[in-house]
Ligand binder design. Structure first.
Ligand code: MN
Length: 308
């Protein structure tokens, strides 16, 4: 179980999305009790408030990107904040905010791993592959591009944050829960050799086997980063997100996923992204996200004696 101090950093912006509202995500997660939920399982936890950045000008895309300068500014600030927490020995928990911000958080995590000689494994839990580029994106929304940017495909302002391009290799990441991929994106995922566990895979082999595969090779020298896009979850249980796609994991499947991640004891950093309170019902999606976070930090139904 994690005993590193957890540092919560809020990133209140929807700069990379076209639907606005994810800027309210950090406060909704706090209202739903995210700090208390982590503390309940014995982890020291501090809430460091929010980082700040440019306002959302709500302009259209320019050369295939919406708000590129503003997205870059937020991600640079975030990189510095997350990197500082990792250097202190903390487990940074970014509460967003739209998913373009994972460029900043994962750039910091990858730099930390590089400098410390740790292996890195990223689990990207999402309905979408987020592997678009300006050439293939239908929308120009950068929250559809973070995985491609991290793998070195994107504008220099985003691909080199943290001092090295590419930030990660496709071999470092596993995409899980995917059920909506754009046409050009499908081809690009295949060409780049990204490992994707889509919903069909989960339907056929189950969440347990999926997680065993996705975590294969994770050892005591691995830093595990989880980037949870709330749209990973089925919209029946998680309506508070701008880009719902039906047919996602159920409550039990999502809990099993989190419990299996917790069992590795390797969780080193976490993003909770895309919560949009303007689309939620009575904060139910934020409460669900907090429920899942509890499992990630050690809640289990029974005492499990094999856990240390
Ligand atoms: Mn996403």
């Amino acid at each position: 179980m994690n005993m590193r101090p957890v540092s919560i950093i809020g990133v209140p912006t929807d700069i990379g999305a076209s639907a606005i509202g994810a800027r309210m995500g950090p406060e909704a997660l706090r209202v739903a009790g995210i700090v208390e939920a982590i503390a309940r399982y014995g982890c020291p936890v501090s809430d460091w408030g929010n980082v700040t950045g440019p306002l959302n000008p709500q302009r259209g895309p320019v050369d295939g990107f919406r708000h590129l300068d503003e997205v870059a500014a937020w991600n640079r600030t975030l990189h510095d904040a997350i990197f500082a927490e990792l250097e202190k020995g903390s487990l940074p928990l970014m509460v967003g905010g739209d998913h373009c911000l994972a460029i900043g958080s994962i750039s910091a995590v990858a730099r930390h791993c590089r400098e410390r000689g740790h292996k890195l494994r990223i689990l990207w839990l999402d309905a979408h592959a987020d592997f678009n580029t300006s050439a293939i994106t239908p929308s120009g929304n950068i929250h559809g591009m973070p995985v491609a940017c991290l793998c070195g495909h994107g504008p220099a302002e985003l691909t080199g944050i943290g001092g090295r391009t590419p930030v990660i290799s496709p071999a470092d990441i596993r995409l899980i829960g995917i059920r909506s991929v754009d046409e050009g994106e499908k081809r690009f995922l295949l060409e780049q050799g990204v490992e994707v566990f889509d919903m069909r895979y989960i339907d056929e082999v189950g969440m347990r086997r999926t997680l065993e595969m996705a975590l294969d090779g994770v050892d005591e020298d691995t830093h595990l980063h989880v980037s949870l896009d709330v749209d990973f979850l089925d919209p029946e249980i998680a309506p508070g997100v701008g880009t719902t796609v039906r047919g996602g994991p159920t409550y039990r499947e999502a809990q099993l996923c989190m419990e299996m991640i917790a069992d590795t004891g390797r969780l080193g950093s976490l993003d909770i992204m895309e919560l949009n309170p303007a689309l939620d019902h009575r904060n139910m999606t934020a409460e669900l996200a907090v429920d899942l976070v509890e499992s990630l930090f050690g809640k289990s139904t029974l005492l499990r004696l094999y856990q240390s």
